[in-house]
Design a protein around this ligand. Structure first.
Ligand SMILES: Nc1ncnc2c1ncn2[C@@H]1O[C@H](COP(=O)(O)OP(=O)(O)O)[C@@H](O)[C@H]1O
Ligand SMILES: Cc1ncc(COP(=O)(O)OP(=O)(O)O)c(N)n1
Length: 265
């Protein structure tokens, strides 16, 4: 097989404000020197103040995008983001079962920072039962981890327990993001690998509201690194370092939860 330039895929919704969703994925993958491809599943009218409107795309159009990519490109890793509703989740699951786009990183996006739902309540069960077992790595924030497992997470010990519960649900590797766990001035994430090894990733917690798109950015960075052939643990550590830099070197855009600085290194 020809050794083509590394290519990765973002399966996600569009954030018109450019800070999260597919736009954050594209910016991140570009910065990691990986050729980014996309399957757009939903459109949001969104800015740093919130989500004003959203619309899923018809499953036939999602199928068509997957088929186009499969016919031509050599995608080595993919990630999912906003998956909107039941028909969209079912469609994405069917396509991930049909085509091999390498390791699957599942960012189980549920609610935007401003509180708008990005996944219908009745779709959560399908994510749990059908998408999680396909995941090479799942990257929930704490509210998402709680929703998927039904357990409350309020301590580091419970972050470890929830990681194991998510593995029991079928995800091979788990990154429990601690951005919503504000303790001791640190941003602490827990990683559980399929060989039973685990570790914490800790960075300073920056006192800023410019954190729109952090979840997309870390998962897109990990996906890009995997597309280059980097081992999973290294890819996850690189994701943490990159997202930390994008928050640390913040830029002023918008009047609410501002976006990250994807140029940061
Ligand atoms: N204020 C912050 N300072 C430093 N790191 C942060 C901050 N907020 C989030 N992070 C980091 O950004 C990543 C995404 O975290 P999180 O906010 O939990 O996810 P999401 O964006 O999906 O809600 C994690 O690595 C987390 O530790
Ligand atoms: C279209 C779209 N997709 C995903 C998100 C959520 O992204 P995330 O990285 O979790 O960032 P926050 O919204 O939590 O800041 C989104 N807002 N829009």
């Amino acid at each position: 097989m020809v050794n083509e330039f590394p290519q990765a895929l973002s399966i996600a919704g569009s954030d018109s404000g450019g800070g999260a969703g597919m736009q954050a994925d594209l910016k991140t993958m570009q910065m990691r020197h990986v050729f980014a491809t996309t399957v757009l599943v939903a459109i949001t009218a969104q800015n740093t103040l919130g989500v004003q409107d959203s619309m899923p795309l018809p499953p036939a159009m999602i199928d068509a995008q997957f088929a186009s990519l499969n016919d031509d490109l050599q995608i080595r890793a993919c990630k999912t983001g906003m998956l909107a509703d039941v028909p969209t989740v079912e469609c994405v699951v069917a396509n991930l079962q049909k085509y091999d786009f390498g390791p699957v990183i599942v960012d189980p996006v549920m609610i935007a920072k401003g509180g708008a739902p990005l996944l219908a309540d009745d779709a959560i069960e399908i994510v749990k039962k059908r998408l999680l077992p396909l995941a090479t790595l799942i990257t929930p924030n704490l509210p998402e981890a709680e929703r998927l497992t039904g357990m409350q997470v309020e301590s580091k010990e419970e972050m470890v327990t929830v990681g194991h519960r998510l593995q029991d649900l079928g995800a091979k590797n788990v990154l429990v993001k601690g951005g919503h766990f504000d303790q001791s001035g640190l941003a602490q994430d827990f990683v559980l690998l399929d060989n039973d090894e685990s570790f914490w990733m800790t960075s300073p917690r920056f006192d800023t509201i410019r954190t729109h798109g952090t979840g997309d950015t870390i998962s897109a960075c990990i996906t890009a690194e995997l597309a280059k052939g980097v081992p999973l643990e290294t890819a996850i550590r690189t994701g943490k370092a990159y997202v930390t830099a994008t928050i640390r070197d913040g830029i002023e855009v918008g009047h609410g939860h501002g976006p990250l600085n994807h140029w940061a290194l």
